[in-house]
Design a protein around this ligand. Structure first.
Ligand SMILES: [Zn+2]
Length: 93
């Protein structure tokens, strides 16, 4: 009878140790995933930086407005200003 009790205690201890270990493992994995996800959210993919042809402001190419002759602009007003100034037009409008 004593042996059976000892065996049960040993089994219980093993189960307790295992469940604790598993929980620690999943916690570590979860926190690592969270960290990785946060890092990937923080660091954006590298983008080419272009300068506005009107004011020289540097901005990502995806946010810049494309003008003629490969020029980039930070805003629509700068695009219109500069394109109008450089565009060959004879009549004033
Ligand atoms: Zn500009």
């Amino acid at each position: 009878m004593k042996l059976l009790v000892l065996l049960l205690v040993a089994l219980f201890a093993a189960w307790l140790w295992r469940s604790r270990q598993a929980r620690a493992d999943s916690d570590a994995v979860r926190s690592a995933q969270r960290k990785r996800r946060a890092a990937s959210r923080k660091i954006a993919a590298p983008q080419p930086i272009v300068a506005c042809a009107a004011c020289g402001l540097h901005l990502p190419a995806s946010e810049a407005l494309a003008g003629s002759q490969g020029r980039h602009y930070c805003s629509k007003s700068h695009l219109e200003q500069t394109e109008r100034r450089t565009a060959p037009s004879s009549h004033a409008g």
